[in-house]
Write a protein that binds this ligand. Structure first.
Ligand code: APR
Length: 308
């Protein structure tokens, strides 16, 4: 089995590192357009093998897609990252061109691959892949919700002073600062609602901090984050290649589910060897559904900027 990661920048290299550490495949191919860059990252990662005890080989290549041939999963991280003060939406023009050509190149050599999209604006890039690739909808998965949910649980654990692994929490909707929806009503601490442990105001603060989670890091780092995005990407790849049937919030093509059609947005889906296999209905209340519809409107506005 082979897994390819397109874009060997901060996020791509981090995805490749976690995939190697988890030994999800014997070979990971890192591809970048920048001459020698992926080769360098691959060599650096391979030199971790004896230190971290893994036996996954990382192959680096400058834009040679034949090296990615026969990949089971391809993770797309190529594009430009957000700079401080830049919204994900502002990235659209540049990244759309990159994601469209990368998807076509990838499928030429790996027609059976499941495509994981990380490049931002993620929901729009996932929609672009879904509309232009001709693949069955279950083989295109946008990663954002897994990352947003991890950030939600981190914020909850801080507010509750508890182990984040005792928490369940899901963020649905668009993967944008104003479009994501942390589902506080559904979040739990070892089977007890988090509202038993936090006041409405505290929960509101947790939601607000979650929603600007990416922007907060971009401001601190001067570019967008990579450890958690990389770990979230690798967790998604793991669920696919190990056929885990895990429920993960991912951006997928909706056809009436959650009241929306012809759009990719974050909803809870079961992930396994076929990609996303089923959408789980969380039975939103009226307030949550209204937020989801508003989020869809914003994502749709962005999709309208695509030249399909
Ligand atoms: N083909 C292959 N690689 C490309 C292409 C292309 N057409 N265009 C750009 N790249 C590469 C760049 O050379 C760079 O190495 O994509 C890489 C992007 O890496 P970074 O600039 O470090 O960006 P990163 O932080 O990894 O973010 C990548 O993920 O989270 C999102 O918003 C983020 O869209 C951005 C993406």
């Amino acid at each position: 089995m082979k897994i390819s990661v397109i874009g060997a920048g901060n996020v791509g290299a981090s995805v490749a590192e976690y995939i190697a550490m988890k030994e999800l495949a014997p070979e990971v191919v890192l591809l970048d357009i920048k001459e020698g860059f992926a080769e360098g990252k691959a060599m650096d990662l391979n030199q971790c093998a004896t230190l971290n005890g893994f036996n996954t080989h990382v192959t680096g290549t400058t834009n040679d897609y034949s090296k990615t041939a026969g990949s089971s999963v391809v993770v797309i991280t190529s594009g430009i990252p957000r700079k401080p003060g830049m919204t994900r939406e502002e990235l659209i023009g540049t990244n759309a061109g990159i994601v469209k050509s990368v998807t076509a190149n990838v499928l030429e050599h790996s027609p059976e691959a499941i495509i994981v999209v990380i490049s931002n604006p993620m929901d729009t890039m996932t929609y672009l892949s879904a509309k232009t690739s001709g693949l069955p909808k279950n083989r295109i998965i946008g990663m954002g919700g897994i990352l947003d949910s991890a950030r939600f649980k981190y914020r909850l654990s801080e507010a509750m002073n508890c182990n984040p692994n005792d928490l369940q929490g899901t963020v649905i909707g668009g993967h944008g600062d104003t479009t994501m929806i942390p589902l506080t009503r559904h979040a739990s601490y070892q089977s007890t609602p988090v509202s038993d442990h936090l006041s409405a105001e505290e929960l509101e603060n947790v939601s607000a901090a979650t929603m600007v989670g990416g922007a907060t890091l971009t401001k601190l780092l001067g570019t967008s984050a990579w450890y958690a995005p990389g770990a979230a990407g690798a967790a998604l790849v793991e669920a696919i290649v190990r056929d885990q049937k895990k429920v993960m919030p991912c951006s997928v093509y909706l056809e009436g589910e959650y009241g929306q059609s012809d759009i990719c947005m974050g909803v809870p889906v079961v992930i396994g060897k076929n990609g996303w296999e089923r959408i789980v209905d969380y039975k939103l209340n009226d307030e949550e559904q209204a937020k989801f519809n508003k989020s869809a409107e914003a994502v749709r506005n962005m999709n309208n900027a695509l030249e399909l």
